[in-house]
Design a binder for this molecule. Structure first.
Ligand SMILES: Nc1ncnc2c1ncn2[C@@H]1O[C@H](COP(=O)(O)OP(=O)(O)OP(=O)(O)O)[C@@H](O)[C@H]1O
Length: 399
């Protein structure tokens, strides 16, 4: 069981570089590349570590006997529990802990980010003048934007401009070198930490589906429940089937990931990220015991990193519709309203831009150079956007 003081978000899969960069030593060998690409929902407990400023604490929790039985232990060495996170109190929460700064809407207005005429209280995530470098490579040079409650936002831009980096900063996996991230109006300090009180769950669905190769679909999707709940195996199997059905998959529970197509793997990864929201009281009872009112306020934001990359057009449509369906404005395959308050999608796919998001942020050379509604994207007169939207070789973007 995780510590009661630990708050969590779902990290639905990841690559070794994603995580080892944040958690040095999270690899299977010292400094070696971890085989995370074959692992899956990665959990970690986060504890503050003031001396290092790195708040992730790699704690390779031992899987419950039911899961150990299934994977015989070997997989566990590769699939560490990775981090999660959380932050900030609900929108209508009063004063927070001293380590958190209250959002100052007047500063935001001066920055002129987003539509400032609207109520500032519906902002779930705000990045303000965020900078990030890797070595001497300056990637983000002052990124500012807001994600509001109910929004479906896309981040687009040329390869290597830092879109995934922005997602990791929003999720609290990477800390900005300079600038601020506000979650529900409260400033995050460094990475996500125990001191921050959660009013928002942030889930990150990485580019790769990153399922555990040696576990079946049922075990992959139900991983969290096998590990962190006292639920019976039958009940877990039922919930897994429900969540798989919600993403349009039936009868695949006993298959291994190698027996699935790329699109199916992505859907399994989505089911895995959804199951947490559907079972959070069971999985994380301490959050409810400590702050019973939290369960009424917890919003969930999902961040998708190129969810349709490498999929054929029809499989892309399926995934795009799924992303819509789990949003609060959508309806899942079981006819229930979606539970995701807002989501952000990093994508290069035109179909995903058109079908899965309403508003776009264009990232170029480390800054947001254009913001607009999806329908404005192809008609924009901004030369950078025009070149990108048309795929032309002529224009300011040089390859
Ligand atoms: N942990 C890291 N260590 C060193 N460099 C990194 C790290 N993470 C990202 N980078 C570099 O930062 C730049 C931006 O990477 P990022 O993945 O955020 O770009 P992106 O816009 O998502 O790219 P793409 O569209 O190709 O996926 C790249 O040059 C990448 O090599």
């Amino acid at each position: 069981m995780l510590s009661p003081s630990v708050r969590q978000i779902i990290i639905a899969g990841g690559t070794s570089s994603s995580f080892s960069s944040v958690f040095p030593g999270s690899g299977s060998g010292s400094g070696s590349r971890t085989d995370m690409s074959s692992s899956t929902v990665l959990w970690a407990s986060l504890r503050s570590s003031p001396s290092t400023g790195l708040r992730g604490h790699q704690k390779p929790l031992i899987p419950s006997s039911s899961v150990r039985r299934r994977w015989g232990g070997s997989c566990w060495d590769r699939g560490r529990k990775i981090l999660c996170a959380c932050t900030a109190p609900p929108r209508n929460w009063g004063d927070g802990p001293p380590s958190l700064d209250t959002y100052n809407s007047s500063i935001s207005k001066n920055l002129g980010v987003g539509n400032d005429v609207r109520d500032e209280h519906d902002i779930l995530i705000e990045c303000r003048d965020v900078h990030k470098s890797f070595g001497d490579k300056q990637i983000l040079r002052g990124v500012s934007f807001k994600i509001r409650h109910g929004e479906a936002v896309g981040i687009v831009g040329p390869s290597g401009t830092g879109k995934s980096t922005v997602l990791k900063i929003m999720a609290g996996l990477l800390a900005p070198d300079k600038g601020e991230v506000f979650i529900c109006g409260r400033k995050r300090r460094g990475l996500v930490s125990d001191e921050e009180i959660s009013g928002l769950r942030i889930g990150l669905v990485f580019q790769s589906a990153a399922l555990f190769d040696s576990l079946t679909v049922r075990e992959n999707v139900g991983f969290l429940l096998y590990e962190n709940s006292k639920m019976s195996e039958d009940r877990i199997a039922e919930l897994v089937a429900e969540n798989l059905a919600a993403v349009g998959l039936k009868g695949v529970e006993d298959r291994l990931p190698s027996e699935l197509s790329g699109g199916m793997k992505k859907r399994v990864a989505l089911a895995r990220s959804l199951i947490f929201d559907n079972t959070k009281e069971v999985v994380e009872p301490e959050a409810v015991y400590c702050m019973p009112f939290l369960k009424f306020f917890l919003d969930q934001v999902l961040l998708y990193d190129e969810p349709t990359a490498g999929l054929d057009p029809i499989a892309s449509t399926v995934v795009e519709d799924l992303i819509r369906s789990v949003h609060m404005k959508g309806e899942d395959a079981l006819g229930k309203p979606g539970k995701i308050a807002s989501y952000v999608v990093v994508t290069h796919q035109h179909s995903t831009i058109k079908r899965a998001v309403d508003r776009l942020l264009f990232l170029y050379e480390g800054r947001i150079v254009w913001e607009g509604m999806t329908h404005e994207f192809t008609t924009s007169t901004n030369p950078i956007v025009r070149q990108f939207a048309s795929g032309s070789l002529d224009g300011p973007i040089k390859y």
